[in-house]
Design a protein around this ligand. Sequence first.
Ligand SMILES: C[S@@+](CC[C@H](N)C(=O)[O-])C[C@H]1O[C@@H](n2cnc3c(N)ncnc32)[C@H](O)[C@@H]1O
Length: 272
Amino acid sequence: MDEPVTPAFADLVVTNRAAIDELLRTRRTQTNEVGRAAILALMLSDASKRAKRPLAWIDLGASGGLNLNTDHFRIEYKVGERVLTTGPANAGLTLQCEVRSGSPDIAPAHPPVSWRVGIDRAPIDVTNAAEARWLQACLWPSQPERQARLTTAIEIANRMPPRLIAAEAVDGLANAMAQVPADTALVVTTSWVWFYLPEPTRQAVLAMMAASDRRVRWYSLEAAGVVNELGYEGEPSVIDSVVGRVELGGGEPIEAAVLGRSHPHGAWLEWC
Ligand SMILES: C[S@@+](CC[C@H](N)C(=O)[O-])C[C@H]1O[C@@H](n2cnc3c(N)ncnc32)[C@H](O)[C@@H]1O
């Protein structure tokens, strides 16, 4: 049933018509969910354990790049009655994630990340106050906890600005992969991005990683059923996310694993 427009909203639109027209012409909905850092941290930890070398991290579809500061956040994982933490005790931002099943390896410190970059076709420069406000404006007003962690993550990014490449996925990945330092293990992450890529773009991204002469560890946090390579057999969902790892390139066969299932914003996790 259609709800009537409230007089306050109608008044806001009529009074600000020119500014709203301008926003509709020039902006796209753009979000950057920092709660996902609770899952990204476990991905970095898993990659570090497997590679045993400092990581080079490419976050594809990074938006404002706020999650590239994951290893500067403190994360509290509630596992049964216990709380296991990772990250610096004096971090400016603390995230909480409830581990509902399984035992992810939660180390007290984040692994070393010696190089990192984000790629986005429409990156948000969060050091520009108007751009940062757009990210804040795209959050639902009924979720003050998301607004609070976004605001804090923006403040942290103003002190430690993420490096972002403005490019479409395929060009951006080619550019970034060409810069990865030799003595690192390459990790590529996508969180709620694969969903948006057309099939030919997905195939081109996969082909580029598969053709790399180094091993590429691609970790995805995407709606259940979206990443075909994971062979996920559970129920598809447009809300709950599947945490996956696909290793490819380096002249070795592709290996894929479903690592878990999580809340889309990292509030809970079921680890395999
Ligand atoms: C839902 S947001 C997720 C952002 C971030 N990964 C997170 O978890 O908060 C999806 C992002 O993917 C980017 N994106 C979508 N299609 C893209 C493409 N073809 N190439 C590069 N970036 C793309 C969008 O601009 C947007 O920033």
